[in-house]
Design a protein around this ligand. Sequence first.
Ligand SMILES: [Zn+2]
Length: 80
Amino acid sequence: MNWLQKIMTPRARAQNNIGKGKVPEGVWEKCGGCAAVLYRPELERNLMVCPKCGHHHYIEARMRLNALPRHRSPPAKKTR
Ligand SMILES: [Zn+2]
């Protein structure tokens, strides 16, 4: 206990502890298909598709564009 915690009232001390050890917001995502709790960075690596049931989660436009191939193949020649 440091000097600041010593001079705080027990109530203020308790309020200060709220949120400690709490998981950061947005790290875990619940699957809408199988209700599994998924680790968000892993879900993003899998292009927002649940690895357990294949349920497709909402994907942001920027992420979707980044998932597309970077280089376009040249247009196909007309065969007429
Ligand atoms: Zn799932």
